[in-house]
Design a protein around this ligand. Structure first.
Ligand SMILES: Nc1ncnc2c1ncn2[C@@H]1O[C@H](COP(=O)(O)OP(=O)(O)OP(=O)(O)O)[C@@H](O)[C@H]1O
Ligand SMILES: [Mg+2]
Length: 229
């Protein structure tokens, strides 16, 4: 079943149009990589999906619902779990409080999230603001899981982290998709790391989707032309 579909999405920041025609879909249980060079519209596309920004043309369907009718504060209730760019956690709440504040009914609870990221269990009583960057990112992912989403969206979840921590996060995300069949939409710069978890990729260029296909095909000429790698 198709969980998410974007059809000819256009969107603008004031007078500056950023998206000129984005088409993509995510099937139930699928991991889609949204790729493209800097400034091509990946984060804007994620903002439109999560209702943080209105689209000016086209349609977003999620879980059988026209998302144009869903206000942003109800996006989580609709089943979208966003891990935004930058590490957004409540610095003055403890790790445990951060997780509990996000909780919605479903299979993901405090126990499962701290099993996935044992470091969060160790730091349960500490203020989130005192965690390392990697731990804060694990907490941001944990918070998204606590909402029990149908689709989790990750915007550069491992950006700026040490390689060993990046790997820890990717292993956890891979476990999440294998064990729970959760659908993911992932933006990241590392082709190698995306290659390990993603089924399919969509590539954006100047606000348009210009290529889509199996993740395994994103190499050689395609990677060279659209990603410059
Ligand atoms: N808040 C904003 N106000 C005005 N223009 C913006 C804003 N955010 C992004 N843009 C513009 O919209 C376009 C798409 O940006 P977007 O952040 O979606 O790209 P991206 O693919 O996520 O890039 P990156 O890989 O650098 O994160 C760019 O031209 C960017 O300059
Ligand atoms: Mg971005």
């Amino acid at each position: 079943m198709t969980l998410l579909s974007l059809d000819s999405i256009e969107a603008a920041y004031g007078a500056a149009q950023a998206l000129f025609g984005v088409d993509l879909s995510v099937e139930e249980g699928e991991v889609l990589a949204l790729m493209g060079r800097n400034g091509m519209g990946k984060s804007t596309t994620i903002r439109v999906i999560c209702r943080l920004m209105k689209h000016s043309a086209g349609a977003v369907q999620f879980n059988g619902q026209d998302m144009a009718r869903v206000p942003s504060h109800l996006a989580a209730r609709a089943g979208l779990g966003l891990v935004p760019e930058g590490r957004r956690v409540f610095a003055r709440l403890t790790v445990r409080e951060n997780l509990i504040a996000a909780a919605r009914p479903g299979p993901w609870d405090l126990r499962k999230v701290t099993c996935l990221f044992p470091r969060l269990a160790e730091r349960s009583g500490q203020l989130a603001g005192h965690l390392s960057g990697g731990e804060q990112q694990m907490l941001a992912i944990g918070r998204a899981l606590m909402t029990n989403p149908r689709l989790m969206l990750l915007d550069e979840a491992t950006e700026g982290l040490a390689p060993v921590v990046r790997q820890e996060i990717w292993i956890a995300l891979d476990a999440v998709r294998r064990d729970s069949g959760l659908s993911l939409l992932v933006v990241d710069k590392s082709l190698a790391e995306l290659g390990r978890v993603a089924d399919r990729a969509v590539i954006l260029e100047r606000g348009r989707s210009v290529w889509s296909g199996p993740m395994a095909d994103v190499s050689g000429d395609i990677a060279n032309t659209y990603l410059g790698v």
